[in-house]
Design a binder for this molecule. Sequence first.
Ligand code: TMP
Length: 210
Amino acid sequence: MKGRFIVLEGIDGCGKTTQLEHLVRWLPASGLMPDSAGLVQTREPGGTSLGRSVRELLLHTAADEAPAPIAELLLYSADRSQHVETLILPALERGDWVISDRFSGSTLAYQGYGRGLNRLLIDQLEQIATGGLQPDLTLLLELPLEESLRRRRGAAADRIEAEGQAFLGRVSEGFAEIAQHKGWFRVDAAAAPEGVSQALEQVLLEQLGG
Ligand code: TMP
């Protein structure tokens, strides 16, 4: 694959989206990307047109129409399959760089650790949806659960965010374990946004430079 694939992960409220936008502005002038490479900013769920419909089904359905746990897992997998096949792989094959707000790690953290669904099933579905594609670099923005809840106080919660503190606690612990196991880079997201941005830039320069 000629391009590079970078993923940002973390619990809701960790500042991932703000940092992703920063990296999208910073990367083209960072000296890391070849002049000929474009940068594709994307996210899961909802990185494709089909995915945006799936995102609505996943996050904004009424409680009595909400997907059951396995249906939820399959919907995230369907979104990912479409995303990889029609957006991520073609971009990487062209030599472009792709930066995504969430990828497979979120399914393991939320549906695996959060919902307690079977890990083998999750691994199998990841393999089917990604065809084995792995990010070149995954950055985990780590924020204590209490701080995440504090930051999101007053904001409208989507269906997953509304799952409650115990669920999000399991997700948070899951992310920490996955990061250790998969060799993700962990960045302290409790710092001021400029400090978090600098820490992320540093990891990218160290890991993708030269
Ligand atoms: P976002 O708000 O960061 O875009 O993420 C949407 C929500 O979907 C967030 O609460 C995390 C959740 N999610 C999962 O539960 N499983 C997944 O595989 C992904 C990608 C997201």
